[in-house]
Design a protein around this ligand. Structure first.
Ligand SMILES: *Cc1c(COP(=O)(O)O)cnc(C)c1O
Length: 398
């Protein structure tokens, strides 16, 4: 991109960045971003090939290293998150694993929120554990628990905020200060809010990680992930990706680029539908509890107001009657999708106790608030009245 164009975009407002970020024109002068579905690149002559390989001349060599479509996605996402640089990965988990590989070594420790994505848990415990890297888990809301878990070996603090499925919020600013004071990196999984609602880098986080599979795609089509942060740290991650290979597919990058263009519009509607649904659920006699940050009854409503611009699209609620009742509500739906995915235009419904958290021990589940009667709804873009009607089918049987 020309410097003038980069500068104009850096000064532009979020909606403009989402539509224009990273865009360059090729000789074809295409308007929509081109999809460079190519694994390698050709050179004019041997000398320019040698120079490019040596890094003395800018250019693409191989799509495991760089690809113009992936680069456009990276530049656009970096602009939206307010980061210097971003790197795309083959999935959200590849993004998280690449951060670990870039910054951790044997003997190091991770302190993580206990409320994180299930596969992140597996990576920390089973795979990092194999190489002598241990992880301690803490209540994300409890700052003194974070402080107590840190040792001289702690290199990384990892948090997902708001968390899944209960929407617990961690204070990013306070955690960033803590991380800085001990020389560790604070990594924030910003999957649930996306940059449309929350920009952790501005609050002091070092790295933001995404599963682009969720709201960034927004229509449940492609797997991908990304890390955003300062250029020095992103370069370290790129170093791992280039060699180890969990790079983003150009086709998926192209899907995500188009997703980013409508992200803030979609998020606004996800949030509005979720707010309406949560308020309606709270008024139903069969519902014992609703976990949604937009309800003043949520214990962290105030903190969420301060660090997010809206409350997100995931609503969890507990029905009277435990697992049997929860399954009845799920099975009575005729429109919602019974699946664990989220961040889709289509509303999804899940029973966390027996699916996403199925392998977690009973005691641990109860301590974390994952009760048998809990249902998670990732609210989509249908008419919210139809979502309510679909849930009512089961609720009225209880
Ligand atoms: C889905 C998800 C991930 C993992 O992303 P994949 O693209 O499925 O690998 C990580 N964190 C959160 C919060 C997620 O929801």
């Amino acid at each position: 991109m020309s410097d003038e164009r980069t500068q104009a975009l850096q000064q532009a407002r979020p909606a403009t960045r989402a539509v224009r970020g990273g865009q360059r024109r090729s000789d074809e002068m295409e308007h929509s971003e081109a999809l460079y579905m190519t694994s390698s690149y050709v050179f004019d002559d041997a000398a320019s090939m040698a120079d490019t390989f040596a890094g003395e001349r800018e250019g693409n060599v191989y799509s495991r290293y760089t690809n113009p479509t992936v680069r456009t996605f990276e530049e656009r996402l970096a602009l939206l998150e307010g980061g210097e640089a971003a790197v795309g990965t083959s999935s959200g988990m590849a993004a998280i694993f690449s951060i670990c590989m870039a910054f951790l070594q044997s003997g190091d420790e991770v302190v993580s929120s206990r409320s994180i994505f299930g596969s992140t848990n597996v990576v920390f415990n089973k795979y990092l554990g194999k190489f002598g890297i241990s992880t301690r888990y803490v209540d994300p809301k409890d700052l003194s628990a974070w402080r107590d878990a840190i040792t001289d070996q702690t290199k990384l603090l990892f948090v997902e905020t708001p968390s899944n499925p209960l929407s617990e919020v961690a204070d990013i600013r306070a955690l960033a200060e803590l991380a800085r004071s001990v020389g560790a990196l604070l990594v924030v999984d910003n999957c649930f809010c996306t940059p449309a609602l929350q920009q952790p880098l501005a609050l002091g986080a070092d790295l933001v990680v995404h599963s682009a599979t969720k709201f960034i795609d927004g229509q449940g089509r492609a797997l991908g992930g990304a890390v955003v942060g300062r250029k020095t740290e992103i370069d370290e991650i790129v170093g791992f990706l280039r060699s180890a290979g969990p790079s983003m597919s150009p086709f998926n990058a192209w899907v995500f680029l188009k997703g980013l263009e409508t992200l803030s519009l979609r998020m606004a509607q996800h949030c509005a539908n979720a707010q309406t649904l949560a308020e309606w659920l709270e008024a139903q006699p069969q519902v014992v509890k609703v976990h949604f940050l937009g309800l003043p009854s949520h214990p962290q409503h105030q903190l969420a107001r301060e660090q997010q611009s809206d409350f997100g699209g995931v609503v969890s609620f507990v029905v009277k009657g435990g697992q049997e009742a929860a399954w009845k509500v799920i099975d009575a739906t005729r429109i919602l999708s019974i699946t664990a995915n989220l961040g889709d235009a289509k509303t999804t419904i899940t029973h966390p106790y027996t699916t996403t958290h199925g392998r977690v021990g009973d005691e641990e589940k109860m301590a974390a608030g994952i009760e048998p009667g809990l249902i998670r709804v990732a609210v989509g873009l249908e008419d919210v009245l139809d979502i309510q009607d679909d849930l009512m089918r089961g609720l009225q049987q209880l």
